[in-house]
Design a protein around this ligand. Sequence first.
Ligand SMILES: [Mg+2]
Length: 225
Amino acid sequence: MEVSATPCARTRQAYGSLHLNPRLKALIFDLDGTLVDSRLDFAAMRHELRAPAGIGLLEYVETLATEEAQQSAMDVIHKHEVAGAMAATWTATAEEAIHSLHAQGTPIAIVTRNNRHAATLTMERLNMPPIPLKAREDAAPKPDPEALLAIAGEWRIHPKHCAYIGDFRYDIEAAERAGMLPVLYHPMGERPPVFDGAPGALRTLSDFRELTGWCTGQSDQRGES
Ligand SMILES: [Mg+2]
């Protein structure tokens, strides 16, 4: 028994991350603060919009009384997003991981609350591979799971075989509502206190290169129930 146990132990050690979810097949990523640092100054945006703390900016715009006020506020957000796209840089280890995942055939995609123009500009500037993108024009914004479910549907991969990796509570909530594995990107490696009440399924990720070993059967896109 010792003889057979040793290789298994080595396998577990070498591929320990597979045990996070041995049936994981696809990975979806948030953009700002996760794959890229767009240097978006949310405090400045909030100040310019006169938005109170504690509410998402898109949700705040929804509360404005007139269509003109909403459009004016969205113009401010768009201006900051395009500036962010022009300033964006990869976060540590993200560039290598995304290109490796794409090269190995793992289905990967991006779901963001950004507008499509700014998100596409970011992807082009950083020479990202041509992967699916869902921006706010495409679906209800996170924490609504609509965009995540749409991506999984297009892949014909059940949500339970997908993980969503993001840096904010809306990302974790969207993943949970979609029935996907929620993964909190936190480069310091420790779960911030704000997530202490999160369910046990939440995983924390500090180095994107770990992800290249997370998926099994990644080329199997026949769809399962
Ligand atoms: Mg983010």
